[in-house]
Ligand binder design. Sequence first.
Ligand code: AMP
Length: 596
Amino acid sequence: MAWPTIVKDPSGFRVPPNVRDLELARGSFDWAQARAHLDGLPDGRGLNIAHEAVDRHAVGPGAAHTAIRWLAKDGARREVTYGELKERTDRFAAVLAALGVEAGQRVFLLLGRVPSLYVAALGALKHRAVVCPLFSAFGPEPIHQRLELGEGRVLVTSRRLYERKVAGLRDRLPALEHVLIVDADAGDLPPGTLDLEALLAGVSPHYEIPPTDPEDPALVHFTSGTTGQPKGAVHVHEAVVAHTATARFALDLHPDDVYWCTADPGWVTGTSYGLVAPLALGVTMVVDQAEYDTQRWLDILEQERVSVWYTAPTAIRMLMRADDEVVAGRDLSALRFVASVGEPLNPAAVLWGSEVLGLPIHDNWWQTETGAIMVANLAAGDIRPGSMGRPLPGIEVGIVHRTGDDEHPGLEVVDAPDVEGELAVRAGWPSMFRTYLHQPERYAQCFRDGWYLTGDLARRDAEGYLWFLGRSDDVIKSAGHLIGPTEVEATLTAHDAVVEAGVIGIPDPVAGEVVKAFVTLYPGIEPTEALLRELHGFARKRLGPAVAPRQIVVSDALPKTRSGKILRRLLKARELGLPEGDLSTLEGGSDPEASS
Ligand code: AMP
């Protein structure tokens, strides 16, 4: 099914895009150039993310510029300037020094989106501790697993989160020495914890960042971990070169933007683009403490005059469920660029953006392991709805087939267009993960012949646009066809009744597997027999009988991870009566009340 290309009119840009011509930019780019946009530590003492994100802006008039515009759940708001952020992060680094924390030791963050989260992350980076952010809505078990795997020496958290989730784990976490409570003034401190504010008040407001090797570890992100043990992807300070370059290219960030990334820093998007990149580029970023709420989010876009918005397909689809009038009645005149990541962005959602927001939504692709955006639809580039876009300058992407066996692994790089295969990225970009914590063999297995193998399947068309087919684990093999769930989901969501779709393969004695779809409907639409018949016909006409779903089931909601990804694996496990795995990392899976 072909959707019309969205052609950009070069005379229609309110702000000249950072990349006008992707091919030209790709031809002339090198990473040294991107590095030159950063300062580096004074006197050639290396490269530290926090210096780039905070200190270099906190001089002269820049110190008074708002770094974080924080919106509290209860309606309060607070502006944190770059100057203030410098002092707070200096103090936090000094606190770690006073506690005897050493470079390379791990500081875990278990906090809702409150200013202290950002202070602790950046302060820890100054001290060259390694920052490990967790989703505050995780239940005790995933918290324990990650703290144990990461041998967390310090945990920064709130009193409530500590009491509900961590206190009972303490004797199983021998490495965890210091627990810093951000809101201790609410009463007595829980035993075995320290009052962060008191510690901050007792140290010097000046901290000199020690020499930092760009290869020093900076961040660990635990990947979704919905099956078995989570993996801790380790990123280094050098990653900031990719964070800033890609935010300029793919998010088109300019210094005077008001930027809102809706992702939580517990997910890599919320750190790379909800903390590091915007601050390193000196923009004002909005941080909302609350979870998704249609009216609230529209209020934020309107009242905060957000100019660049980076969000996820689920959020877009939730907005689509609201009446278009609700959105259209808003003054979103400040908004000039919208991007999305994390899940396939169905073409209907891209087009909804054009129609209702007046701006198409720019899909982009990357992973925890890549640390930064690799493939994107750019402000100045035409959009092929349903495509993730094209590789950014400095990024070489290949479609590859694994060959050989475990003993003699090989790789075939496919040159021809429109061939399906695994998406691979040529190793060596600055934000590439450097290892999986304590799992070097697993890390090594991700690479072949100088390529990083992503585990995602895709194809590239003749113009270089990449089309996502699915995670290799999610691909359906039916009667000799390889069916990517994304294509089927994109088609179902093109029907006026369907908001969201999750597609899996179920065993079939003849075809091996057949396609089964779970869909959610727009409010007010009844899941009648007639509608289901219509959906079957709609899909068959567009996809053909071999690819169209054999079964379509209407659901109230689809299971998702905390970062908003539809969990096809779980749909399948439920369908087949298999073990569901650890559900406490799912959206709504643990204790949504206790996230602050
Ligand atoms: P994570 O490491 O948790 O951020 O998940 C990365 C995975 O999310 C990728 O490997 C893809 O499977 C999926 N993903 C991310 N962005 C997109 C996108 N734009 N389209 C389709 N899938 C995506």
